[in-house]
Write a new protein. Structure first.
Length: 256
């Protein structure tokens, strides 16, 4: 199966990869869906909302501080490294991520589209007009964090449940669906509108593939579904690509 995907990638002019929590799981980044997705008896859906922050900002920030500390101790894995190399090798390779950990950036991914924002960005809860700012301190100087401009509460610069994605990011993601190959990696494919990107790419003529440790809602809808961890499947796929490219170079040399 990977040989088929490698051949498609080799012939593609434009490639788009959508990543989810499964890409960062091998790095040790905690996931919040399914078994083990609780923090102090709270679900992510209980805390990652504007209503939860308005009700108890200290509790929400305690959770995000715990997440920030956990992520700070993690490093990009082989899946991040492969995707970063692809974006550096070709301006026509786009990575769209649902993750907020920024491990793609730490791996060197270029032109990254972050649909759900970054856990390292902060924004004014009262929207005083100041632009969001980056703060990678662990722990933060204050909890709850404060806006440096107005002194009011600051919130994590992520997209919470019930909030709309950035129009600019959604536009970039939609444009990237006009591709030859679209691969969904490590995502459950149940959160919209990101989940709809797979169908959008297929409608526009892309060859679609999924790489995930288990079958998902998208498995039956894509052209090719590969089961396995992103940290092992993507490096193997990259090896197939490199072998094929070397073979083509050798054949070209013999014919010249």
């Amino acid at each position: 199966m990977l040989e088929t995907l490698a051949d498609r990638l080799r012939r593609a002019r434009r490639v788009t990869v959508l990543t989810g929590a499964g890409v960062s799981a091998a790095s040790g980044v905690p996931t919040f869906r399914g078994a083990g997705g609780l923090w102090r008896s709270f679900r992510a859906e209980d805390l990652a909302t504007p209503e939860a922050f308005e009700r108890d900002p200290a509790l929400v920030w305690e959770w995000y501080e715990w997440r920030r500390a956990a992520i700070a101790a993690c490093s990009p894995n082989a899946a991040h490294d492969v995707l970063a190399r692809w974006t550096r090798d070709s301006v026509d390779c786009t990575v769209i991520t649902q993750n907020v950990d920024d491990l793609h950036l730490r791996a060197g991914t270029e032109r990254l589209v972050r649909l759900h924002g970054s856990i390292w960005q902060l924004a004014c809860w009262h929207r005083c007009g100041v632009e969001s700012w980056r703060d990678e301190r662990v722990p933060l100087a204050e909890r709850p964090a404060r806006c440096p401009a107005c002194g009011g509460l600051a919130r994590p610069g992520v997209v919470w449940f019930g909030e709309s994605l950035s129009p600019a990011d959604m536009n970039a993601a939609s444009n990237a669906c006009a591709c030859d190959v679209f691969i969904a990696v490590g995502t459950s494919a149940v959160v919209y509108p990101a989940a709809g990107l797979i169908q959008q790419a297929r409608t526009r003529g892309a060859f679609t593939a999924e790489i995930n440790v288990e079958a998902t809602a998208a498995s039956s809808a894509v052209d090719l579904a590969v089961q396995g961890g992103a940290e092992t499947v993507l490096p193997t796929l990259a090896d197939y690509l490199d072998l094929g490219n070397r073979g083509r170079s050798t054949e070209a040399g013999r014919s010249s």
